[in-house]
Design a protein around this ligand. Structure first.
Ligand SMILES: Nc1nc2c(ncn2[C@@H]2O[C@H](COP(=O)(O)OP(=O)(O)OP(=O)(O)O)[C@@H](O)[C@H]2O)c(=O)[nH]1
Length: 374
């Protein structure tokens, strides 16, 4: 578990709390209606409307600010202060209830105390993922309501109510803190798991890519070629074999030979379309698969490649000029992939025997007649 997991969990907890508070604030008027319903005929209507007006003004302002904050994306480091203000005003609106509505009827007082306890409990859920704002909210609710009880009523029952409310709020705050820790731990674990899963996914993708790629040239390897061919129906292949490659190694060394292989693979790609597939078959041999391509077109492509390799040096320092012999073969109905490779190989053999730097096709060899019978 890293520090960044912890701070991401805190930030997520904050933004979840902001969204939960918006949901809770939109249902707050239902709580007021309940209070008004209890108070109707028991409390002077001016007191009821004064409290309702004050609460509505505080509520409307808070909701507006909260809405703007959420629209911009609630951010702990930016909106922390504003959010604590909103929570405090929410607590103030409820706390003022004792200033306006208490002291008119003993039964009603008890019911309103229960209502304040209910508000405290509900808000424990609302602020669960950002508990410091909860402490602000219930702190203000507690302070204002206890002050109201003392100043407005000042009776023995007011002291009892204040004591009861204080105990209830203190216990709720204590347990909410513990639950909030577990909630944040859950968010932290979720985040850590998600980032671990994404790391594993990208590591797996890299391993899969490495397993299908030739390390030297960056082209696909034999395994990837076999996989690709499994999904092809009508296609032609070019088998390319660099001429006298041993001489290049002997003259310039193996490292230069490697550079030549890389440069050759690069040159090859310049002549291919995006849907064509190029793989290193082994040593200085490459295979190009041309999907949906007839023999005649494949021969044209092969000829372009042959010329393109021969006309410019593959390396400039040291200057290495090379040529390539190419065998072309087209997949026939019912033919196996190995038979196709054998046909292309026979065509390469023909090109080499004809003096190299040539393109030959499998129809010029005797092999297709044998393989088509396989
Ligand atoms: N530098 C380097 N050389 C390689 C690599 N793989 C194979 N070779 C060399 O490629 C050479 C292939 O030689 P040959 O099969 O005799 O063919 P060639 O010299 O190209 O002659 P022809 O194909 O008949 O024109 C061998 O010397 C191999 O050692 C490689 O990855 N890097």
């Amino acid at each position: 578990m890293t520090d960044s997991d912890v701070s991401i969990a805190r930030a997520t907890g904050f933004s979840e709390c902001a969204i939960a508070l918006r949901r809770a604030l939109t249902t707050t008027p239902a709580g007021w209606l309940l209070a008004v319903w209890f108070c109707w005929d028991r409390v002077p209507s001016t007191a009821i409307f004064l409290w309702l007006g004050t609460a509505a003004a505080l509520w409307g302002g808070s909701l507006l600010v909260l809405q703007q904050m959420i629209a911009r994306g609630p951010k702990l480091e930016l909106h922390r202060k504003r959010f604590h203000w909103i929570a405090g005003l929410d607590g103030l609106a409820w706390g003022l209830l004792t200033w306006f509505l208490i002291g008119h009827d003993p039964v009603l007082d008890a019911v309103l105390m229960a209502l304040l306890c209910g508000v405290t409990s509900i808000n424990a859920q609302v602020y669960g993922t950002y508990v410091s704002a909860y402490f602000g909210q219930i702190g203000v609710l507690w302070g204002v309501s206890v002050l109201g009880l003392m100043l407005v009523t000042g009776s023995q029952s007011a002291i009892d109510y204040a004591a009861g409310l204080s105990l209830f709020i203190a216990l709720t705050a204590y347990y909410t803190r513990a639950i909030s820790r577990r909630l944040l731990e859950g968010i932290r674990l979720l985040h850590a798991n998600a980032s671990l899963a994404s790391q594993l996914r990208s590591a797996l993708q890299k391993v899969e890519l490495d397993a299908a790629t030739d390390a030297l040239t960056g082209q696909w390897n034999r395994r990837a070629l076999d996989d690709f061919l499994k999904h092809q129906k009508t296609f032609s292949i070019l088998m390319l074999d660099i001429d006298f490659f041993k001489r290049i190694n002997d003259e310039f060394g193996h490292l230069v030979g490697d550079d030549v292989l890389r440069a050759f693979a690069q040159r090859l790609r310049e002549f291919l379309r995006s849907g064509d597939f190029c793989a290193r078959f082994g040593g200085e041999e490459f295979i190009v698969v041309l999907p949906e391509t007839t023999l005649a077109t494949a021969q044209e492509v092969a000829e372009r490649i042959r010329k393109g390799v021969a006309e410019l040096p593959l390396l400039h320092k040291p200057k290495v000029q090379a040529t390539v012999s190419i065998g072309v073969a087209t997949m026939a109905q019912g033919q196996s992939i190995n038979a196709l490779f054998a046909a292309a190989d026979a065509a390469v053999y023909l090109a080499k025997n004809a003096g190299r730097n040539q393109v030959r096709s499998h129809v010029e060899t005797v092999l297709p007649l044998q393989v088509s019978a396989v």
